[in-house]
Design a binder for this molecule. Structure first.
Ligand code: AMP
Ligand code: ZN
Length: 680
């Protein structure tokens, strides 16, 4: 056997084990045996790197962090579903289906769980996974191929070699979401409210390695391109399972049923849903035969051949014994309801979120009240109502404290500009003491998180000690710590102190995007932080930005709305933050943000292009063409812009700026010439 054959066989074995483990839930070998096989595979690849393809099982762990975000146009629009909430709604749907299919005597329906996650499109060509994208606005989604490769229930290869496009739901199992949320709470992060947010948030992460740790799953529910292989949806589902693709296989088939028969199937699914390892929030009713689906067609928003029936949220009643206050990273005080433990939708609940004092006030919830709780999207319980009739008169009204429970500092609900210009003027109760230890601790945790500066040796207890001993007052202080200072803390040996120092030193070379992300600017997540870092290039430059330059630069970033621009301008304009950034710059923390990859050859390579005004095509498409031709796209004209593509109704400001920065102004026709490589 040649080494190539051996390699191919090993790949097949590993994929078969993955399939049994992740799709069938039936492990065929031990973890240790599996690891040994992976090790062998890695050795073969090391010996002959030409064996490695993006679809090798070793590449699932996400060896290359994604750079930037690419958009993908769906060949067939990804629709959402019309909703039904009652038997009457279901009856109405059935009447519309029947009147839309006059000549058809038999209408078969498939009734299946509505999986609660994020929708995804996956394409296989020549038997290989080639693309995965999110729904986005239905027409254009985001490319998440690298991240999806890390999901082990997704086969990287399938036997069928024709091109197929699948739709499915990315989700987390209940147990995996609980583990993830526990970890987030420990690390000072908001837990995900539901599997949908967790799945969607995870898919958009920049670091595929982090994605691979989240144990995402996929369940495919629709075959789009390639559906002509079969004559019905249920036949496609069956075929997909035969291809090794994870599908729910929980469909109930109802032939020529009325609303009563369909509701019976829905109730059946509702009762069974707590026994599934993942959350479902409804049932989807679909006309099964493709021919009939085609006859019914689509409205502008929904398919006429399907409807989503939403299950009612489950409620429980219990006594609220206390309301505690949590102090977050920005000083926001969050009231948390402490409850007498009660079972709700399969778990025991003893805490529930009350979000903010407005909600407490509007519910008029008092300590000692009997309250109704519901799970929002099934995971985080919330107090939704108070049983006023059950009151004894001994219940105590709740008032937000005037002083921070952590530092005793003043609490403000309406921020005045002078107090915390970085936080805007939202009406949240906050501790405005900048030296509040609870806030500093939370900021340092956040800064050291894996997706930010990734200082894993900085554990929770150590951060508490560092802040309480006043060795660290802000994140920059981390970089001036000495080994002896750390070793002087309780339970800290010389060796672990050195490890901490090494880990902090190592984090100096993280990219500017990670640093910005770690600052926790409101509204600015990982992707936005990276974009902001690309605009600034280095921390030294970012520190020199004045308000007007910040607004101009940030306003020009793709996808940044006015709220985000305000948030960044307020944050950077705040003197304390400005000092902090200067301090970090002086300590040489962070390295310049690597530029997102663009085609380096092409007629527009090296050009920096801004597109404005009304064009004959969608702006997004023009951007994509420019990028494909090697050009960089910017939303505004600034220093270094080489071309301004001016469509109809181009504003005077843009033209003035083009003149100011020496950008050449061209129209759409001229752009087309340039794109096609004609010199002009
Ligand atoms: P909505 O987002 O509420 O409009 O619901 C439509 C979404 O439900 C689709 O985009 C899918 O992501 C999701 N969905 C979950 N389970 C299914 C299923 N079994 N069939 C079709 N769509 C599903
Ligand atoms: Zn405080």
């Amino acid at each position: 056997m040649t080494h190539r054959d051996r390699y191919a066989q090993l790949v097949r074995e590993i994929e078969a084990h993955n399939y049994r483990y992740y799709v069938l839930d039936d492990a065929s070998i031990s973890d240790a045996e599996f690891d040994a096989k992976m090790r062998q595979l890695r050795e073969l690849e090391q010996a002959d790197p030409s064996l490695i393809t993006p679809n090798s099982p070793t590449q699932r762990v996400g060896s290359t962090p994604r750079t930037g975000t690419t958009r993908v146009r769906h060949e067939v629009r990804m629709f959402s579903l019309d909703n039904a909430y009652s038997a009457d709604d279901v009856g109405e749907f059935l009447r519309r289906v029947h009147s839309g299919l006059p000549g058809e005597s038999v209408v078969r329906l498939s009734i299946e769980p509505k999986l609660d996650g994020g929708s995804l499109e996956v394409i296989y060509e020549n038997g290989e996974l080639t693309s995965a994208s999110t729904r986005g606005d239905g027409e254009v989604g985001e490319d998440v191929t690298e991240n999806v490769r890390t999901i082990r229930s997704v086969p990287l290869r399938i036997p069928h070699t024709g091109k197929i496009t699948l739709r499915g739901e990315v989700l987390l199992r209940r147990a995996d979401l609980e583990t993830l949320n526990e970890m987030r709470i420990r690390e000072g992060d908001e837990p995900f409210a539901n599997p949908r947010n967790a799945a969607a948030g995870s898919l958009r992460m920049l670091d595929a390695r982090e994605v691979s740790r989240r144990r995402l799953r996929i369940m495919f529910y629709q075959l789009v391109e390639g559906a002509t292989l079969h004559d019905s949806h249920s036949a496609s589902l069956k075929w997909m399972a035969e291809q090794g693709l994870p599908t729910h296989r929980l469909e109930r088939i109802v032939e020529n049923g009325d609303a009563v028969a369909v509701m019976a199937a829905i109730t059946d699914l509702d009762h069974a849903r707590h026994s599934y390892p993942y959350e479902t929030d409804g049932a989807v009713i679909k006309v099964d035969r493709y021919k009939q689906q085609e006859l019914l067609g689509f409205t502008s928003k929904f398919p006429r051949w399907a409807v989503a029936y939403k299950f009612a949220a489950e409620r429980a009643k219990t006594r609220l014994t206390d309301i505690q206050i949590q102090v977050g990273r920005t000083g926001a005080l969050t009231p948390v309801a402490i409850l007498e433990p009660v079972e709700l939708a399969g778990t025991v609940v003893s805490r529930a979120s009350l979000h903010n004092s407005d909600i407490v006030a509007s519910l008029d919830v008092r300590i000692g009240d009997i309250v109704a709780i519901e799970k929002a999207g099934e995971i985080i319980p919330q107090v939704v109502a108070v049983d006023v009739d059950a009151r004894t008169g001994r219940e105590k009204p709740f008032k937000m404290p005037d002083a921070c429970p952590e530092c005793g500092g003043p609490v403000t609900t309406k921020l005045r500009d002078a107090e915390r210009p970085d936080l805007g003027n939202e009406a949240t109760a906050r501790c405005i003491n900048r030296s509040c230890p609870a806030q500093i601790k939370a900021q340092i945790h956040y800064f050291s998180r894996r997706f930010a500066m990734d200082i894993s040796d900085l554990g929770l207890v150590l951060v508490d000690q560092l802040v309480e001993s006043k060795l660290v007052r802000d994140v920059a202080d981390l970089y001036t710590l000495t080994r002896d200072q750390i070793a002087s803390l309780e339970r800290m040996g010389e060796k672990s102190a050195q490890n901490v120092i090494d880990a902090i030193a190592k984090s100096r070379s993280r990219s500017l995007g990670r640093l910005i992300c770690g600052l926790g600017i409101p509204q600015i997540g990982q992707v936005a932080a990276k974009q902001l870092a690309e605009a600034a290039e280095t921390l030294d430059k970012l520190v020199t930005w004045q308000e007007s330059e910040t607004r101009e630069q940030v306003g020009g970033i793709f996808g940044f709305g006015p709220k985000m621009v305000d948030s960044v301008a307020q944050f950077l304009g705040d003197p304390t933050h400005h000092e902090l950034l200067k301090k970090l710059a002086k300590l040489s923390v962070s390295t310049p943000e690597p530029r997102a990859e663009v085609a380096t050859t092409g007629p527009l390579s090296g050009m920096s292009v801004c597109v404005t005004g009304v064009l004959s095509k969608k702006r997004e498409d023009v951007h994509a063409e420019i990028r494909a031709a090697g050009g960089l796209v910017h939303e505004s004209v600034k220093k270094g812009t080489t071309l301004l593509v001016a469509g109809e109704k181009t504003g005077k400001t843009k033209l003035d700026q083009a003149a100011k920065f020496g950008a050449r102004v061209i129209d759409e026709k001229e752009l087309e010439k340039l794109l096609s490589g004609e010199n002009s």
